[in-house]
Write a protein that binds this ligand. Sequence first.
Ligand SMILES: *[C@@H]1O[C@H](CO)[C@@H](O)[C@H](O)[C@H]1NC(C)=O
Ligand SMILES: *[C@@H]1O[C@H](CO)[C@@H](O)[C@H](O)[C@H]1NC(C)=O
Ligand SMILES: *[C@@H]1O[C@H](CO)[C@@H](O)[C@H](O)[C@H]1NC(C)=O
Ligand SMILES: *[C@@H]1O[C@H](CO)[C@@H](O)[C@H](O)[C@H]1NC(C)=O
Ligand SMILES: *[C@@H]1O[C@H](CO)[C@@H](O)[C@H](O)[C@H]1NC(C)=O
Length: 440
Amino acid sequence: MPVNGQNEYAPLLGIHSSHRKHITPLARTAISAILFTAIVVTVIVNLTIYWDDLWDLIHGLPSDPDEAASRVLNSMPVIDGHIDLADLVRAKYSNNASAVNLRLFTPEHVDIPRLRRGRVGGFFWSAYVACPQPEAEGPDFLNPSWRVRDTLEQIDIVKLLVDDYPDVFRLATSSSEVEKAIRSGRIASLIGLEGGHQIGTSIAALRQLYALGVRYMTLTHFCHNAFADSGGYLEPLTPRWGGLSPLGRTLIQEMNRLGMLIDLSHTSDETARQTLNLTKAPVIFSHSSARSVHNIARNVPDDILKLIGEQPGKTDAVVMVNFAPVFVAPQGEANVSAVADHIDHIANVTGKQHVGLGSDFDGFGGTTQGLEDVSKYPNLIAELYHRGWNKTELVGLAGRNLLRVMAGAENTAKQLQSARVRPKYDIYDKRTDIPYDREF
Ligand SMILES: *[C@@H]1O[C@H](CO)[C@@H](O)[C@H](O)[C@H]1NC(C)=O
Ligand SMILES: *[C@@H]1O[C@H](CO)[C@@H](O)[C@H](O)[C@H]1NC(C)=O
Ligand SMILES: *[C@@H]1O[C@H](CO)[C@@H](O)[C@H](O)[C@H]1NC(C)=O
Ligand SMILES: *[C@@H]1O[C@H](CO)[C@@H](O)[C@H](O)[C@H]1NC(C)=O
Ligand SMILES: *[C@@H]1O[C@H](CO)[C@@H](O)[C@H](O)[C@H]1NC(C)=O
């Protein structure tokens, strides 16, 4: 501690009596004036920042749902858990960032004018790479082929696009960076991986992807992998591990230590149950809806929703509701009210502080009426306001709940790291490539 002597302690405040006699009345008046001005300035700045919130607290939100939605989104813009723009650029433009102009209308769901109209303040860009063909990968997942390369290319395209529009996007790797990006009028750009198959069975690869800025990993996509069982698509799959594999349990610990959010969308029910029990950090479902509202395997059942919460034995989490028509409602019936039904249902089981938005935009075909693209989130906020959600609850749904969970995972990581928990060195036990005989 760089302390040179007792006199270093708060000399301006005259704590040491030996200094007191040196402060003249004039100096004292000057100090008071400076302190007073500082307080007045702070109060004015805070009043300006929080003026709308204060107004709404006193007067309530406007009764018109669209105006109310707009005021909610002034306080907290939308932070979406899952957008597939990077895969669109990969599939349609071979990763050529300059071939896409996000300032113009794009053929799918996402571009800058519509992000702005939809009041988006941030989203997780999914660095998605499809599951390998099972025959090519082999029964023990030993040949994930180009998945790690393709994941790096997806991260690259996110960063190139973010760099191309510095007035619009800003890369964010923590809850506080998200808030900072929003305050500067930018769209916070986070990166998520969509399946354990993308790290080639390697926990070391996960650590390096964290270093590149990735902040969540969905444990599985539609396929099982070396870490965990997938939940399949419309129907459940025959389990391979019965939830987490032994290496998957280690992976959970390492994700907690790193501060990489665990995403339970796409996983089997047993994977989700075991992970909620094992994790020391809050988790997310980055883009999942409710099975009780629309009965398909990909949606979350009530018995898992009941494991989410603050009470002992429960885990903090946010379930970010998916807008893809196939997950929302029977064919032809997906609309903004049906999505609101999913949100209301999850909120009824878990509490409103555990729901968020994870549209899956650019990642599905078909249309959900009233939520056709990223310009339409305000419709959903208006619908829920109409159903009785208040401002605090809607601010949570829009983004605050996710930020709480992110900050929770960051705190867990900080605690584990300051307790000197070591990184996991475990190697997938079916690998035969290491150790090996060297010639020297
Ligand atoms: C990328 O797209 C731009 C704009 O369409 C084009 O001029 C350029 O040749 C493309 N680059 C490559 C390597 O394909
Ligand atoms: C995890 O499961 C064990 C045994 O099934 C149970 O005793 C424990 O309370 C659970 N922990 C949490 C956090 O759910
Ligand atoms: C959504 O669809 C249902 C029927 O499937 C209908 O009753 C409801 O009015 C629709 N809501 C909107 C906002 O169109
Ligand atoms: C949620 O609970 C409220 C109040 O108990 C009820 O009116 C509403 O119908 C429920 N919504 C769903 C989707 O379960
Ligand atoms: C909104 O409802 C919650 C309960 O869910 C309550 O705690 C909160 O004070 C309410 N907020 C406003 C602004 O009415």
